[in-house]
Design a protein around this ligand. Structure first.
Ligand code: ARG
Length: 399
């Protein structure tokens, strides 16, 4: 009796997920492996990936284009929440996992599978995100993670695959571990494991080195409707196209590189390099527009919500009740977050240089230092008396 009969495996075409196919069948007695590759805009050719799964022993090999949902339902929600993990990482990898989990569960239900499988090891965040998301969506499905248990080195994994007709990688495979999609690239391992070592230029693909960026600034106007980016320089853009174009424009100015030491959920600190040009600029622009259109108390209270939200997403709790409750809060706050933010792109910097909105709470008659000033200065005196009263009484009372 195997661990499961019919399994849906999250498939990337790499050695590890390919080896999972014979491994599940040979070692764990699985009868049928259906693979599922998600097109998240990673830019890889997916037809060869589809065929490779069949050659590796999958009974069925599916490729699903989820780019549109990825941007609309995951990236845009994260922008509305200004989600930057530890103040810096725009969650490109973390946001993809709950969506992959969702389609894994849908396929498993459609094909009557009894388990889901993925190729994550036991050290990262992604295993947590897959397992918890799948469980949240269908607690009856088993979750199998062969790479968490098989204990094979890279060489052993390749040798195991070769026994079952999975070719060893032709070119010397990259020394880095890279996850990429529309929202950016996450790069780890190799020389980057030394936190004092400057990342070599060769690791970057979406962002230019500063020496190669234009010598003239470029202006960019991003329009938002209820917290969702909808236009670039006044032209309406479909969600996927908007992200793709912004990645290109912003990346060409060397903006969106992040080099950080990050705290993983499993307790390990890791050195991570990200490039995420569109998301970095969109979150900054969105936050700026909020400062124009939200009241002080909502804006300040939301900071705390954002931090909790970001941690939940990073820690694999996308489909949790707290996340759903925070979503409702964030959605309510976005009703008036519409307008335009003007940004100057130059030599690695995206500087916000202007913003406007029909819902602007900025009141020129009150803010001005000029003669048009409508603010009642005398009213300040009574306000300060009351505001300072507790402090006055404290100061006057015993020592
Ligand atoms: N540390 C990031 C996260 O947990 C990215 C992990 C990406 N994986 C990789 N193989 N580089 O979201």
């Amino acid at each position: 009796m195997g661990r499961a009969k019919k399994v849906v495996l999250a498939y990337s075409g790499g050695v590890d997920t390919s080896v999972c196919i014979p491994y599940l069948k040979q070692e764990w007695g699985v009868e049928e492996v259906i693979t599922l590759a998600a097109d998240l805009g990673q830019g890889d050719e997916l037809e060869p990936v589809r065929e490779k799964a069949l050659k590796s022993g999958a009974s069925e090999s599916l490729v699903v284009d989820v780019k549109d949902s990825f941007v609309k339902d995951y990236a845009f929600a994260a922008i509305q929440a200004n989600a930057l993990y530890e103040n810096r990482y725009p969650l490109g990898t973390a946001l993809a996992r709950p969506l992959i989990a969702k389609i894994l569960v849908e396929v498993a239900e459609k094909y009557g599978a009894d388990a889901i499988a993925h190729g994550c090891t036991g050290k990262g965040n992604d295993q947590v995100r897959f397992d918890v998301s799948c469980t949240a969506l269908n607690p009856n499905l088993k979750i199998l993670a062969p790479a968490r248990e098989w204990g094979m080195s890279r060489e052993e994994t390749i040798a195991y695959g070769e026994k079952f007709g999975i070719p060893a990688p032709v070119k010397k495979s990259s020394p880095y571990s890279i996850d990429k999609n529309l929202l950016g690239r996450s790069i780890e391992a190799g020389v980057l494991e030394d936190p004092k070592f400057e990342p070599p230029e060769e690791i970057y693909e979406m962002t230019k080195a500063i020496v190669d960026t234009p010598n003239e600034p470029e202006y960019l106007e991003i329009g938002f409707t209820r917290g969702i980016p909808t236009t670039i320089n006044g032209t309406p853009k479909a969600p996927v196209q908007l992200i793709q174009e912004l990645n290109q424009i912003v990346g060409s100015h060397g903006i969106g590189r992040i080099d950080m030491i990050e705290n993983r959920l499993v307790g390990i600190k890791s050195r991570e390099i990200y490039e995420s040009p569109a998301m970095v600029v969109l979150i900054n622009a969105h936050r700026d527009l909020e400062s124009l259109t939200l009241t002080a108390d909502v804006s300040q209270y939301k900071r705390g919500i954002e931090e909790t939200y970001t941690k939940l997403v990073y820690n694999g709790l996308w489909y949790s009740p707290l996340k759903a409750a925070l979503d409702a809060f964030v959605q309510k706050t976005q009703e008036r977050v519409s307008g335009v933010v003007r940004i100057k792109l130059f030599k690695g910097n995206a500087t916000i240089v202007g913003r406007w909105s029909d819902n602007s709470l900025y009141t020129p008659d009150l803010a001005t230092y000029g003669a048009e000033d409508q603010f009642d200065h005398k009213a300040a005196e009574g306000f300060i008396y009351v505001w300072g009263l507790p402090t006055r009484i404290w100061a006057q009372t015993g020592k």
